[in-house]
Structure formats: C-alpha cells, structure tokens
Ligand binder design. Structure first.
Ligand code: CP
Ligand code: NVA
Length: 316
C-alpha cells in the first residue's frame, strides 16, 4: 500500500466524472499520490497493483493523449487496457448507455469513456457496477485539469491563489477549471469572445462558492495582467470543427502570442491541453518558448490518471 498522507478522508465516490465530485482533501491527496506513483514509474520500480485487471476505454471522439496515457499507464501498473471506438461500441446509438455500462462491468474492472453528450457518461456511471472515468465530454475534461494542476504544482511550487487566465472558447476545459475553483482557491479568468462564454450555471456555482475569484473578460491583454499561467485551447472543439471558419473571425485577437505572454507576469508559464492549432489560438513561437510547459502537461496526464484509477479501485 502507498502512503497517502495523514488526512482522514471521507469515502471517494465510485466514479470520476467532475472534479468537484471530490472534496478539497481528496483532490490534494490524489495529487500527492500522483507524485509518488510518478516517482516509482521513473525509477522503474516493480509496482503492479492492476495485475489481472482490465480497463475498457470507450472512444466516440478521436484522441492521442487520452488513449495513450490511459493505455500505457494501466499497462505499466500491471493491467490490460482495451481500446474500443465507435465501430465497436457506439454509446447511445448502437446500444443504450445503460446496456453498455452493465455489459462492460461484467468483463472489466474499470471503464474510461470519451463521449459527446455529457448525459451519456452520467448514465454509464449510474448503471456500471465498476468505476467510470470521464475522458472528456462536450461539457468537461476533468482528467486534463487534474493533470494540469499537478503540472502547476511541480513547476510553480504551489497552487493556492495563482492567477490562471484562459484565453479562447468557454468550453469543456474551462468548465473543469471552474469545477476545480470550487475546491481549491485560485484566481481564474476566462477571456473569451462575447458569444463564447462558459456555461452560465457552472460559472455562477464557481463564482458563488466563496473559494476562488472567477471572472469572465473579453479583453485578453487586460486579462493576462499579473497572470501566473496563460492557458489556451482550440477555437473549435471536437464536434464543432465545422464552425472553424466563422470562429476564426470571431476569435480574432484571442490568440496567445509572445506579445500577450509579455503582458503576463515575467515568470508566467504557458499551458495548452493539446492538440494545438499553431497559427490560430497560439503561435508556434509560444509553444516552443522556454516558458511553455505543454509537454510536461501531456506527460502528467498519465501520472495523474494512474493516481485517479488507483484511488477509485481502492488500491491505496
Ligand atoms: N488533451 C487531450 O485530451 O488530448 P487528446 O484529445 O489527444 O486525447
Ligand atoms: N476542447 C477540446 C479539448 C481537446 C482535448 C475539444 O473538446 O476538442
């Protein structure tokens, strides 16, 4: 068993669907666990808690990082992961989510799914008897922001009260930042074009939580003042790619450039969940700059998810 700190924790929920499904203490302890498991993997210590376990990975959308990090992570911890795309399992079309959930639960120890409709992952979780992990929906991307939090902790040495400025679409990434802000104190600003705000209810819940300062801005240059972290994502998410042409017009002025980075704190870092469309939401120069930590973020997807899976499986 790994040490997970002295915090006396309440029981963790069966599934990991939203960051704010977890308490502050649960989030902090899983971050510590990720660092411990990362160190073990780096040292190639024999550690196979998922021996004889299987993970079903269901993908309705494309993926590089999520697929590879879950499959590699689960394999390194001794288990076997199955990749299932919509030609195999088409949740909600070929079969209802409640049937997929119960069938996969009969073969597998855990399910990870990347779906379009958020409602479908909620149904999967409700009907599955094994833990279900959200690998991105149209609404949120909790594993990404947990990994980003780990990356910030490693690179900036702290989490509390950092100013994190997201430039671009008020999308699934923003919703997960807003969920995090209900548990850890941050100053989060979403600088988006007028008609691309985050979900109103999600924003209001974060704003009224009394934990963090959260704001919406439409002025990127003003928003990044005093920022510790400048974060962006594609202007058109999966499922919205057909809108890219019009979005390019609407998002003019919302690109992260060296000039925008120069308006943040002198030691600010740049983050992007990837894949990036260089020349649109971010310039090539910014991605390649010494202040860019995008590949450390990508690596931490695996370490963070390993910790999340260990926690849900009750292995720690
Ligand atoms: N960041 C992320 O989730 O990447 P993929 O879409 O490649 O999985
Ligand atoms: N907002 C992006 C994130 C990709 C990891 C999308 O949903 O396509």
């Amino acid at each position: 068993m790994l040490r997970i700190g002295a915090i006396k924790e309440s029981a963790v929920k069966k599934d990991f669907i939203h960051i704010d499904d977890w308490t502050r203490d649960q989030i902090l302890s899983v971050l510590d666990l990720a660092l411990e498991v990362k160190a073990k993997i780096k040292k190639r210590e024999p550690y196979k808690p998922f021996a004889d376990h299987t993970l079903a990975m269901v993908f309705a959308k494309p993926s590089a990082r999520t697929r590879v990090s879950f499959e590699t992570g689960f394999t390194l911890l001794g288990g076997h992961a199955l990749y299932l795309n919509s030609a195999d399992i088409d949740v909600g079309n070929r079969e209802p989510a409640k049937d997929v959930a119960r069938v996969l639960s009969r073969y597998n120890d855990m399910i990870m799914a990347r779906l379009f409709e958020h409602q479908l992952i909620l149904e999967l979780a409700e009907y599955a008897s094994v833990p279900v992990i959200n690998g991105l929906t149209d609404y949120n991307h909790p594993c990404q922001i947990m990994a980003d939090t780990l990356t910030i902790k490693e690179h900036l040495g702290r989490l509390d009260h950092l100013k994190i400025v997201f430039i671009g679409d008020g999308n699934n990434i923003v919703h997960s930042w807003l969920h995090l802000s209900r548990r850890l104190p941050i100053h989060f600003v979403c600088a988006c074009p007028l008609h691309y705000p985050p979900d109103e209810q999600t924003f209001e819940l974060a704003r009224n939580s009394g934990i963090s300062q959260v704001e919406i801005s439409h002025e990127p240059l003003e928003a990044v003042k005093d920022a510790d972290v400048v974060y962006t994502d594609v202007w058109a998410s999966m499922g919205k790619k057909h809108e890219l042409k019009e979005r390019k017009r609407h998002f003019k002025g919302f690109a992260v450039t060296p000039e925008l980075m120069a308006a943040a704190k002198p030691d600010a870092v740049f983050m992007h969940c990837l894949p990036a469309q260089r020349g649109l939401e971010v310039s090539d120069e910014v991605v390649e700059a010494p202040y860019s930590i995008v590949f450390a973020q990508a690596e931490n997807r695996m370490h963070m998810q390993n910790a999340i899976m260990l926690k849900l499986a009750g292995k720690v």
